[in-house]
Design a protein around this ligand. Structure first.
Ligand code: FES
Length: 305
């Protein structure tokens, strides 16, 4: 059986649900706000957990390599200590991310955490042995700890890559949006203050008319885990995803509240002759088009969802 298939079994293993429920009930008490946003990496505009794990993994890997050479006991001991301390904030940031994920992520997540916690405990025992001068035990326990951290890392990578728990779910929409200005309907069709879903080619967008002829348009698929923003709530300045509460500014898609850390693509909007027209976020009006290319080529594909 391939490793990926074995890990996929964990995603479906309902025996893990009691553990998941327990940790969810604990982490649900962590209030949304600046502290949790910091743990997600909202202020950085980048997930924090994968940045923080570099330090303990790097320190412990280096210690394990140094253990192969004589006369390196002191340096290896310090690296093991550094790994133990730096792993703590990485664990807390990972727990914050885990609390806002789906069940299949969370099942793999509890096994990922169990492997890493076991690795941490083995390195703690290794540090104790090294501080007592029992370097043989220190090396052996460190090697076992490295193995567990390796398993934990593989499960973390499965959550990030196979289950797409880390990347922006909104980014690919930029490439799918049709080029040129596109009509999405008469401005009168969009009630003020109410998110409306529309289709732009194959890409769903959320349209919010904030007053008069002022209209804001974001791609509809939430950057966090792909929730439908058009089913969320808006206060006229921001829109909040109904799934985990990520909040984006309607003006430019900036994240105001996590768990999302990636900006939501905000389309350029123009209202002319009572019709709302939109264009890709990064398309420059001043760039001349090749002769014969029609800027509204995909307009016919824009329909209300
Ligand atoms: S999908 Fe999680 S906040 Fe939108």
């Amino acid at each position: 059986m391939r490793i990926g298939d074995a890990i996929r079994r964990i995603e479906r293993d309902r025996r893990l649900d009691r553990v998941v429920d327990f940790y969810r009930s604990v982490l649900d008490r962590m209030p949304s706000g600046p502290v949790k946003d910091t743990l997600h990496g909202v202020q950085l505009g980048h997930p924090l957990h994968p940045l923080l794990v570099q330090i303990p993994i790097g320190a412990w890997t280096s210690a394990t390599v140094l253990d192969l050479f004589p006369g390196t006991e002191r340096a290896a001991r310090r690296l093991v200590d550094l790994g133990l301390v730096s792993a703590l904030p990485a664990m807390v940031a990972g727990a914050a991310d885990w609390s806002d994920q789906h069940e299949r992520h969370q099942r793999v997540g509890v096994v990922h955490a169990a492997a890493n916690n076991t690795g941490w405990a083995l390195f703690a025992a290794s540090a104790l042995a090294r501080h007592r001068g029992r370097h043989g035990w220190g090396r052996a326990l460190g090697l076992a700890g490295m193995g567990m951290v390796g398993i934990g890392g593989m499960l973390g990578a499965h959550i990030a890559y196979n289950l797409a728990g880390g990347p922006s779910h909104a980014d690919q929409d930029r490439d799918l949006l049709p080029e040129g200005w596109q009509d999405i309907g008469p401005v009168a069709d969009f009630p003020e203050g109410e998110p409306v879903r529309a289709m732009l080619g194959t890409v769903p967008v959320v349209v919010v008319r904030t007053g008069g002829d002022t209209v804001r348009v974001l791609t509809d698929t939430c950057a966090h885990l792909g929730g439908p923003l058009s089913e969320g709530e808006t206060d006229g300045e921001c829109i909040t995803c109904p799934w985990h509460g990520s909040t984006f500014r309607l003006d430019d898609g900036t994240v105001v509240r996590g768990p999302a850390t990636a900006q939501q693509p905000a389309l350029q909007v123009r209202v002319s002759n009572g019709t709302v027209r939109v264009r890709r976020p990064d398309e420059d009006a001043d760039v001349p088009r090749p002769r014969g290319e029609h800027s509204d080529a995909g307009a016919a594909a824009a329909t209300r969802g």
